[in-house]
Design a protein around this ligand. Sequence first.
Ligand code: ATP
Ligand code: MG
Length: 261
Amino acid sequence: MQHRRQRSKVALSQKIAIPADHPRAKSLYTREKLVDGFKKGLVVPEGLIAHGRGEAFDYLLGEKTTVHARKAIKAAAALLLLSDHPVLSINGNAAALCPKEAVQLSEVTGAGLEVNLFYRTEERESAIKAELEKHGAKKVLGVGPRASARIPELQSERRRVDPEGIFMADTVFVPLEDGDRTEALVKMGKKVITVDLNPRSRTAMAAHITIVDNLVRAMPALIEQARMLKGRDRKSLARIVNRFNNKKNLAQSLKIIRSKA
Ligand code: ATP
Ligand code: MG
């Protein structure tokens, strides 16, 4: 069964066959997903490079979800469930790597789904919206004229957001985000959750909850946690969030990386 599942993964790319027993099979498969996303117009070339930066940190983290990442995932799930108006911000890499999981997470937590791009074009926005809809999304925010509100302090197309989405959100989940946009969201008073393999990035340090893990592992774990915590009373969810210390958590992830580097 396991073997058959791995075989079907191989079929994703027509270009190369990734042997299931290759020591870097998972990492190669993730790359292929991004390359496919690039060909489908979801991912920009800069997104491929950004992924490479992430891979380097993942290598040093042992390419597994650490105990510290698990704590951050639990706090993130609790915060999403506690929020009145959570929004998941989806960029090209996130849409290529985990469209199904993005839709599932939005369903479990009641969060909105918003397309939010660093390099914004109408074609790419629409391609990402279509990808999310293909995986079951009923409403996708932030596309075309919907993105009419502005994040203060940011220039040009990068600051456009949906007035019904990120603009009015109390909590924004921004996986693989750029530092100054994260900082601007924090300054707007949003609670910010991110997934970033680099514990020293500006995003990782500015966010309230940083999951130092690969997005492809963090998303299924986050969905599972949200399912487990759903139904808990607000007091117990708040306790989980309040006990979490992002600065300490980042230092612990950095310690692992330092021990390997
Ligand atoms: P910052 O702007 O926050 O200082 P940066 O400029 O170093 O960060 P960006 O290109 O803006 O990096 O954002 C990409 C970030 O996403 C990097 O920190 C990279 O480590 C991380 N990243 C890339 N791919 C993944 C992935 N699959 N899972 C988790 N993190 C990833
Ligand atoms: Mg950056």
